[in-house]
Design a protein around this ligand. Structure first.
Ligand code: GLA
Length: 381
């Protein structure tokens, strides 16, 4: 990838650029908890985005997306949001740095990546983090701390792309470390690295290759449900800033005051926050059976209470149980994308073969299998 990017950079801009990269992510457990001030447990992966970049001494940002063979440019002084989808991410990152008093000047960039789109592996966060990291290094002497860079990526989604996401994806992409998952408290920003080398197990991702329409607006609606539930609980318990601060009992107290739908969403979130802690405890005892059981519980919650699963994902989850996979669940925002599976080494081949065969027979297309490795996040190469 490196050579191709540099060759293109040279042909477009007559010299070589400086290389930066960042990563997509997996999340072992803790889904839809980030915007509720709860815990998440992600790690960066060996699929990412790479860019060659160089200041160009003008006010123009000139971008070439190698995978799509598309060129776009915008003026840093302009408020006009680019029309095409992908330049919005770079535009947003530039604007959010400037908003915070940081510096961005014109630059040329050529980028490429191998994070599959729509698979729930955070290709957009990888793109934001790559540019946030690079622009911090090139124009700001790395004065913006990495957590703020993650917030810059998150605000890009909120203000320029219409997704009211949490901080998990950008955080993982920037803070990822080879061989470690990171437990992040999304309320306080405290985090801890957990070495993750499950002996005798593999993490297998199965991509349904479906992305259901309106996923972004459905995501935002989930967030609104949680905020309504938290507001109702707060009336009785003013210390509740986020839904994750609430006890299950407190949710029961407001059952009659909120819709059944909001109640179920909140029930899922409160349970999920606890499951992350239980998984971390289990990991410290090398108790992968408990980790796996929690993953199945998360899937149940995401499917029945939070309702962000779909037929294809539920099918894969059921199949995992049938194949005696230790843990399996939908990963990321949902509405399509991947399941993440914790599989005993000796069951792996059989599970993958069965999943590919039975899924193809049921839905008429093959799922994709990704063998992920927990890797480093944002960096200069
Ligand atoms: C998407 C969002 C994240 C997070 C997950 C669900 O990936 O970008 O902030 O909310 O969904 O856990």
């Amino acid at each position: 990838m490196k050579t191709k990017i540099q060759e293109k950079f040279k042909s477009l801009f007559g010299e070589e650029g400086i290389l930066y990269a960042s990563a997509g992510r997996v999340n072992l457990i803790g889904e839809h908890t980030d915007y509720n001030g709860g815990y998440v447990f992600p790690g960066a992966i060996n699929f990412g985005i790479m860019t060659a970049i160089k200041p160009n001494g003008t006010d123009m940002v000139k971008l070439f997306a190698l995978d799509m063979e598309e060129y776009e440019e915008f003026d840093l002084a302009s408020e006009q949001l680019p029309k095409a989808h992908w330049p919005k991410y770079v535009f947003g990152v530039c604007k959010e740095i400037l908003k915070r008093g940081g510096k961005v000047e014109g630059f040329n960039a050529v980028f490429a990546g191998d994070v599959p789109h729509g698979a729930g592996l955070s290709s957009s966060a990888a793109l934001e983090s790559t540019f946030a990291y690079a622009l911090n290094d090139l124009f700001n002497d790395n004065a913006i701390d990495k957590y703020e860079l993650a917030k810059i990526g998150q605000s890009t989604e909120h203000n320029y792309c219409g997704v009211k996401c949490g901080i998990m994806d950008q955080f993982a992409s920037l803070f990822g470390k080879e061989g470690s998952l990171i437990r992040l408290n999304c309320k306080t920003g405290e985090y801890k690295y957990f070495p993750f080398h499950p002996k005798g197990y593999k993490l297998v991702l199965i991509d349904t290759r479906v992305k259901h329409r309106l996923a972004d607006s459905a995501y935002n609606k989930r967030r609104e449900s949680c905020e309504r539930a938290a507001a109702a609980i707060r009336r009785n318990h003013p210390e509740v800033e986020f839904l994750s601060d609430a006890k299950r009992l407190w949710l029961d107290e407001v059952r009659g005051e909120i819709s059944q739908e909001d109640f179920l969403r909140a029930e899922y979130v409160i349970g999920e926050v606890q499951r992350v802690l239980d998984v971390c405890d289990a990991l410290e005892r090398d108790d992968y059976e408990t980790v796996g059981e929690m993953m199945y519980q998360t899937h149940f919650g995401l499917s029945r209470l939070y309702e962000v699963s779909c037929e294809e994902l539920d099918f894969l989850n059921k199949l995992a149980r049938k194949c005696e996979v230790t843990g399996s669940r939908v990963m990321g925002g949902g509405f399509g994308g991947c399941t993440i599976n914790l599989v005993k080494d000796e069951l792996c081949d059989h599970f993958i073969r069965t999943a590919v065969d039975e899924f193809s027979r049921q839905f008429g297309h093959e799922p994709k299998i990704y063998d992920v490795v927990i890797s480093d996040g944002a960096r200069k190469l």
